[in-house]
Every structure is written in C-alpha cells, then in structure tokens.
Design a protein. Structure first.
Length: 589
C-alpha cells in the first residue's frame, strides 16, 4: 500500500513537470541549470571540508607571547601572571615589567623591575647558580635594557655594572651596556666594553665589533672586521645591514674610506659592492649605485655577490620609485626551495611589494622561526606590512609596538631601529613625548644624522616650542647644507614668527638647492603676497608650484597649492572681489 502511494505521488510530480515543460520551453533548461549549480556547490563544499585549512604561522612560544605579539597587552599580563605563579624564577614578571614600559607606565614597570631583581637574588642564593646561568643572563640583560628604555639611565648603569662583574663575557649585556655608555657620553667605558669583548669568528660578532669600532672612531679596524665577515660568504643580508648601519653613522666618511680601499684593491669586488649599496640607500645617489652594478654584470661573481648585487639593485630602484624594476630584481633572487631565513625574508619582501600583505606577514614569521635575531624584520618589514594591511582593512596598529620593542632588544645600538620606533610614535601613535625619547637616544648613537634632528624639530614646532625647533633645524643644516627641506621648514617657522627677513633668506637658500621644490615655491608665493604685497612675484611662484604637481604629490599639498594659484589669479584680476590676503595658505613643513 505504501509503495502504491509513493508511485502515485511520483506520477503526479512527473505529470505536473510535463505540463509546465510543454507550456514553457525554457523550463527544462532552467531546472537543469539549477540542478547543475547545486551539484557543483555540493562538490565545492565537500572538497573544501576535506582540505586541511592553512594554519597561521605563530612565532610565540606560549599564550602570553601570542597576546603580546597581537598587541593585546592586558591579556598578555594576565597570561604571564598565570605562568609566573607556577615557578619561583621571576622571568615572567620581567616580561610584565617590559609590557608596562611599552604602555608608558614607567612607575609600575620600575616597581616590578625592583621586585624582579630581589626575587632573582633570593633564587640564586638558594639554588645552584650555574644551573640558572642561561636564565640569569637573559633576565639581567632585560633588567638593564628596560630600565634604560624607562629613562632610568643611572639605574641602568648601576644594574649593568653590577651584572657585568658577575658575567663579563655575556655579549648581549655587553652590547646593551655599550649603548648605555654611548648614550651617557662615557666613551672610555664604551672602549672598555669593546676591549673586553670576547670575539669569535661568527659573522654576528664581527659585524657588532665592526660597528663598535666605527662608533668609537676607528674606521680602519671597523672596516677590516666587516671585510672579514664578508669573506665568510655566509649571510649576505647581515652584511647588507652592517654596511647600512655604518652609512647611518657617517655616510660621507664611509664613502671616503671605502673608496680608498677600492682604489687600493682594484681586483676586489667587495668594495665596489659596498659603494653600490651606500649609494643605493639615498634617492639622490641611486644612479651611481646602478652604474656600479651595471659595470659588474660581466664580472665573475660568486653566489653571495650575485645575491648582494641584485638586492642592492632592488634597493636602488625602490628608492628611485621604480617599483616594477625593483620587484623584478627581487624575483630573480627568490629561492623556490626555501631553506633559510633569507629565502623567506625575500619572499615576504616580494609579497609586500606586490601588495599581498597577508602572505607577506606569514612568510616574515617563517623567516623569524629560522632566525630570531635579524632585527630588520621586526623593525621595518613587519611594521610596514601591518600598516599597509591595516589601512586596507581599516584596522589598528597596536601590535607594531611589540615588534619594534623586540627589535630594540636584539639590536639596541642600531640607529635605524631607534629611528623607526620614534617615527612610529610620531606618525602613527601621535605620541610626541615618546617619539622624542627615542630620537634622543638615536642622536647619541648616530650624532651625525641630520634627519634625527629634523624630525625632532618638527615635533618641537608642533608643540609650540619653535625656538627649540629652530636650533634643531640649524643642527640639521650644519650636518647637511644640501637638503632643501631643512631650509624651507626653517623659512616657514620664521614666517609664522614674523621674522620675515630670516624667512625669505631661508626660502631663497632652499630655492638655490632645488628650484622645483613645490612646497618651497608655494611658501615663496605666500611670502610675496602676504609680506610684500607683490602680486606678480606671488603669481610666478604659485604658478611654478602648480605646474610641478604630479601623481605622487600629497593630496593636501596639491589642494593648498591649487587653491593658492586660483586665488592669486582671481586676486590679481580683481582684488576687490571679496578675496583677502589672509585666505592664502602657507605649507608649514
């Protein structure tokens, strides 16, 4: 009976389907399409459910670290507190002290450091000191470094000198104390650190002692040590960073010294490669870098030299703002069979330049898992990726601080790490006080870098401390009198202060260096209309600025220049038409 009912029901459906099909010739096709789509969808869902989902790479070793690298500091503190409750050694309380330091709560951070120090001493007194040696090395260095970052220079010196007596050969602590001494202008103590440095033949030690020697004025020894590192042909990226850091200390001196070596050892490729790199770092000298690289195309280069020349070429074209060629240079050194941190770093950089930010982030973390001590990946690559990816998704940037702090722990006396951290607080977080703290430290290590003083000047000016800003701008000009922006910024500050003669002198100095600087041309136009009332000269300058606008011009600058140009034309045509001089705008920086 049941089967009969089923058959009857199916016959009714079939008859209904037949009637609709006869009345609508498209009905069968529509049903077929729907059934096909449903089938395909089912297959896709089934296949996706069977495929293993791609897990995100994590560089954390516990849930607290995971929260830390995600920028969730409150959760990180909770997790570290749980971990600390399980052991007597105060390593996790030290991590919490570091988080308070990052958050700017220096009082809590310093209080916790004191407790960590006391707990560390008690634990050592009641246990075998040798068994705790590795843990103690880590925590003592963190105590000194965090105290130093909290602005407690005197306390950092006290802790550091005490710990060095117990463990004079611990290199991480020696590196930190070298920075503390340099920052306190205690060069003799810094020399003692270098003299007592236990040097091995590792590339890391050779590069560190190379930098120490250069910072203390011994260029000959510094460059010899860097050459020894290069001769190992082991880590081209580390060598690249070593040269870049020496360039930051004193670019002109480095060019002079390397040029002498290149002239003396004409058959050595390495000095040509060094010069090419130094020139590649500055957009004003990239053509020299490209010329050197092109001159080496037919030379017999080893594998490391080939990588170096391609990476330098990428840097040169990147700074030349030719992204297409820059990306192609990276493409040539990508290793499909990734085995080293360099392979994943290059892939990450390639993904970043190609706009694939999520892939870039994952490959950057894979690189870290193979080498946790390459500071550039924390201080530059990952922050750049996060900023680009967050902008695309309208996200936030809190976790950048964690990576920057990690870079500082790895390489405290690297001025690039300090400057990148300062710029993050200046441009992203908008915390001018913290930015100035990092610029101050950077200026002690990299005292001949005019950009440090320039960026500090901008903060001072924004905070209505113009006189301090002017002194810093004068310092930038003293170090680099060929940079138009230092003069034009000085000119805008003087205009705002009503010191018009000094203003126009600075504007003219900027013009003598760069006649096509659109900000300076705009400000010259502003001066002539607002100070001298000279409409003709104002029009000439506003028009020149307007004509130099291109696709790379900042939208706000473009808007101001366009408005000023249109206003001066209207004002000149009919200065009784409702326009006033006060409507013209100055571009301040």
């Amino acid at each position: 009976m049941e089967n009969t009912n089923k058959n009857s029901f199916l016959q009714k459906i079939f008859c209904t389907y037949k009637k609709i099909s006869e009345s609508n010739k498209y009905f069968t096709s529509i049903v077929t399409m729907i059934l096909t789509l449903v089938t395909v969808l089912g297959i896709v869902i089934a296949v996706k459910s069977l495929m293993p989902s791609e897990e995100k790479v994590s560089i954390a070793t516990n849930p607290a670290e995971e929260a830390f690298f995600n920028g969730n500091y409150n959760l990180a503190i909770e997790e570290y507190t749980k971990l600390q409750a399980e052991i007597p050694w105060p390593e996790y309380n030290m991590e919490i002290a570091e988080i308070y330091s990052i958050k700017g709560d220096y009082v809590k951070s310093n209080e916790l450091i004191s407790k960590v120090y006391e707990s560390r001493n008690k634990t050592i007194d009641t246990n075998n000191r040798e068994e705790l040696k590795e843990k103690d090395e880590k925590i003592t260095n963190e105590i000194v470094l965090t105290s130093f970052m909290n602005g407690e220079n005197k306390k950092a010196l006290e802790y550091g000198e005490l710990f060095l007596k117990d463990n004079p050969t611990y290199k991480d602590l020696a590196n930190t104390m070298f920075t503390v001494y340099i920052s306190n202008n205690n060069m003799e103590k810094a020399k003692e650190i270098l003299a007592g440095y236990s040097t091995s033949d590792s590339i890391k030690d050779l590069i560190i002692t190379s930098r120490m020697n250069v910072l203390l004025g011994d260029w000959e020894t510094g460059l010899k040590l860097l050459k020894d590192a290069c001769d190992k042909n082991e880590d081209a990226l580390a060598i690249f960073e070593g040269i870049k850091e020496l360039s930051l200390y004193d670019k002109e001196k480095l060019i002079s010294e390397v040029s002498k070596l290149q002239s003396k050892y004409k058959n050595e490729n390495i000095y040509k490669i060094w010069l090419a790199e130094i020139y590649s770092l500055d957009k004003n000298t990239v053509s020299k870098s490209i010329d050197i690289i092109n001159s080496m195309k037919n030379d017999d280069l080893n594998e490391t030299e080939i990588f170096s020349t391609k990476f330098i070429e990428y840097t040169a074209y990147k700074n030349k703002e030719d992204s297409k060629v820059a990306i192609s240079c990276l493409d040539e050194v990508i290793n499909d069979n990734k085995e080293s941190y360099i392979d994943f770093y290059i892939q990450s950089l390639y993904d970043y330049e190609s706009g694939r930010y999520k892939e870039a982030f994952e490959n950057a973390k894979k690189s870290i898992l193979l080498n946790r001590n390459y500071s550039n990946i924390y201080s530059t690559l990952i922050p750049n990726i996060i900023i680009k990816d967050s902008k695309a998704e309208e996200g936030k940037f809190e976790n950048i601080t964690s990576y920057l702090r990690t870079a500082l722990e790895i390489d405290l006396f690297n001025p690039e790490v300090l400057v990148n951290t300062a710029k993050y607080y200046q441009d992203i977080v908008k915390d001018s006080n913290k930015a100035l703290e990092y610029y101050e430290i950077a200026s002690k290590i990299d005292s001949k870098n005019p950009e440090i003083y320039y960026n500090s000047a901008l903060i001072k000016i924004n905070n209505q401390r113009e006189d301090e800003g002017i002194k810093l701008l004068d310092k930038s000009i003293e170090l680099d009198s060929s940079n138009a922006k230092y003069y034009r910024t000085l000119g805008s500050v003087y205009l705002n202060k009503g010191k018009n003669e000094k203003a126009i002198n600075a504007i003219r100095s900027a013009y003598a260096i760069d006649e096509k600087d659109i900000i300076n041309l705009n400000n010259a136009g502003y001066y002539y209309i607002c100070v001298e009332g000279d409409m003709d000269r104002a029009l000439v300058n506003f028009k020149a600025a307007y004509n130099e606008i291109n696709e790379n011009t900042d939208s706000k600058i473009k808007e101001i220049i366009t408005e000023n140009y249109n206003r001066i034309k209207t004002y000149k045509k009919d200065n009784s038409g409702g326009l006033t001089i006060s409507q013209f705008k100055l571009i301040e920086y």
